[in-house]
Design a protein around this ligand. Structure first.
Ligand code: ZN
Length: 310
């Protein structure tokens, strides 16, 4: 090897060693509480952010239990971005375990919260009354316009933590917000095409209150059916009679794993069944909902497929 080449390689190596760790150190360490928020932070923060997530893709943030490793991650982070509105019931414990000094960014700050769905079930006939009158519905991201507020809050928090990147965050947030506007217009247009009498869905997951309110679709809870466990044959009979009585054309039940029960509902009600609505977590990269925007477009297609007349 020539001396010149050796020198070039030595210089190159020196440059790489000098620049790589420095860049890693400069990046803002941010923790997002769950996969949807992580996607938003990534879109606003881009390469300037060293991002990790507590509740990953396909996992349920409602029932998550933080680990000591999570507490260490939180202790090292500049920002911890959370949804708020009671979504992360485990957050206070985690912040305490991390030493209590984390800067927590509540992404829903400024959003008008809805009451939790349990309080809206006025037509429940089973006499079951939930005891959380001041509980709010945390699933605010199901209204696309709310997510513009999430993005603005994330942008401002990143700019405060990393002023040198403020312009980058501003540009990224504006570009992503424009994509959200386009998504919102598409959801609005597609749902408006569904005849209003058909804009009803029966589901046991009460995550779609914001979506329903924003886009004019009623998400109806099954009456007298235990939602936590696999419905019994009797539950299914109740669901079928409710669907007939209330003329509900589609059903999305997450915890029916026996396909024969779903087939029975389809056969006896004429409802279209099939597809999954994603609410609280993104899927893996090769799944149908790898990003927030993909998730909303997937849900829209599934809903329109189930509710459209043709
Ligand atoms: Zn949820």
């Amino acid at each position: 090897m020539s001396i010149l080449l050796r020198t070039v390689i030595a210089l190159w190596t020196a440059v790489m060693l000098a620049s790589a760790p420095a860049a890693a150190q400069d990046r803002v360490k941010v923790i997002a509480s769950f996969s949807i928020l992580a996607d938003l932070v990534k879109n606003v923060g881009g390469d300037r952010v060293d991002l990790s997530v507590l509740v990953g893709r396909g996992s349920d943030a409602h029932v998550y239990a933080p680990t000591p490793a999570d507490a260490r991650k939180v202790a090292e982070a500049r920002l911890v971005v959370v949804n708020g509105l009671g979504f992360e019931g485990w957050l206070d414990r985690l912040i305490k375990a991390a030493g209590g000094k984390a800067t927590v960014v509540v992404a829903t700050k400024g959003i008008k919260a809805r009451k939790a769905a349990g309080d809206h079930d006025h037509d429940r006939k089973d006499g079951h009354k939930h005891d959380h009158d001041d509980d709010v519905d945390p699933h605010a991201w199901q209204n696309v316009l709310n997510v513009k507020t999430y993005v603005a809050n994330i942008r401002d928090a990143l700019a405060a933590a990393d002023p040198a990147g403020a312009d980058t965050y501003k540009v990224n947030a504006a570009a992503y917000s424009a994509r959200l506007d386009a998504l919102n217009a598409d959801v609005r247009a597609a749902t408006a095409k569904i005849p209003s009498a058909r804009r009803k869905i029966i589901t046991n997951h009460d995550a779609f209150g914001y979506f329903g309110a924003a886009y004019g679709i009623r998400f109806v809870a099954p009456q007298g059916v235990a939602t936590e466990s696999e419905p019994s044959a009797r539950d299914v009979a109740r669901i079928i009679s409710q669907m007939k009585r209330q003329r509900i054309p589609a059903v999305f039940l997450e915890n029916i794993s026996d396909p024969r029960l779903m087939q029975r509902i389809a056969k006896e009600t004429g409802a279209k069944i099939g597809g999954t609505l994603y609410s609280d977590a993104l899927t893996a990269a090769n799944g149908p909902a790898p990003t927030y925007i993909d998730m909303m477009r997937h849900n829209l297609g599934t809903l329109v497929g189930a509710l459209a007349t043709s």
